[in-house]
Design a binder for this molecule. Sequence first.
Ligand code: BGC
Length: 381
Amino acid sequence: MRIRSILSLAAAAATVVALGACGSDNSGSTSTSSGTAAGTSAATTGGGGGASGKIALLLPESKTARYESQDRPLFEAKMKQLCPNCEIVYSNADQDASKQQSQAEAAITEGVKVMVLDPVDSASAAAIVNRAKQSKIPVVSYDRLITGAPVDYYISFDNVKVGKLQGDALVKKLKQDGNAKGPIIKINGAPTDNNAKLFKQGSNDVFSQAGVDISKQYDTPDWSPDKAQSEMEQAITAVGKDKIKGVYAANDGTAGGAIAAMKSAGMDPTKIPTTGQDAELAAIQRILAGQQYMTVYKAIKPEAETAAQLAFDLLQGKQPSGDVVNGQTDNGSGQVPSVLLQPVAVTKDNVTDTVVKDGFWTADQICTGAYKQACAAAGIS
Ligand code: BGC
């Protein structure tokens, strides 16, 4: 609530300036973009005055749709509103931790004043933070926690809750299907991602309390959908295609891989509930078609926009405006002031009330060709 009101104030103050901002450079894996609104307008930008400077945005991968299609553009747009004269130095590490290290070093050499970092590897990114600190560059840990180094802020979702929502939904569906104890296959995220540990923790708690039998479980390197597919193939061979009653997949990409494996083994995914996360368009379509049971919707807009606001505050050497920070997170190096947003479970029943209502996806985007009928049946038009 508090976060939303702060954001809307900032957004309102910046609307005028946004009209004058130019498009960003979208080419290559590293790029810079800057606003070109006249200096006089800068005074109207949410307190930015004539602020300027370079800000690094370092994202971890591009196989998961959210980073290039949502996190990056939403962060850039917000920054352009807040600080038309600021420049964003953007890089995507394509799941490669050492590439991310080099991208961070390059950004530091370019003279960034603040770094917003979503780490490929939560632990090894401590080296990036320590390097940034040598140059007095504050670091915002974005979406994934960086562990073992002094980061300035952490912005993410309640990630144990993400796992709990996935687990609760699957347990409920297994009961409805008369398969309360499973067995299920569990496809977790990347072992190097602190979030994956939290999703695992939240979901494992639910499964052990409900006494669900997990026949096979895997950590999926790089969160790669292809690897999830081969893990599921192995599970089907080991457990038997008629025995598996449900699949926990940690996100929509890995769910897509698991569902593809089930299809090629001749299994019917509409009969085997599968979880996910991210509310990706393809996942929402699969949910409507009955091929995926649920996903977790995390509103990326407030996450990206609040990160932009934090970065802008840090650029100006200010404390975050208002009481944006709503928690503290122990990252092994100390207590990190945190902004933790709430995730929401989505099944066929509440697609309209969640992602459509929020404009995360429009009915037109969801209800293309093959999904028209499923949309009509779910009352989405
Ligand atoms: C993010 C998820 C994403 C996954 C794979 C996690 O850290 O929270 O939204 O699906 O990484 O990139």
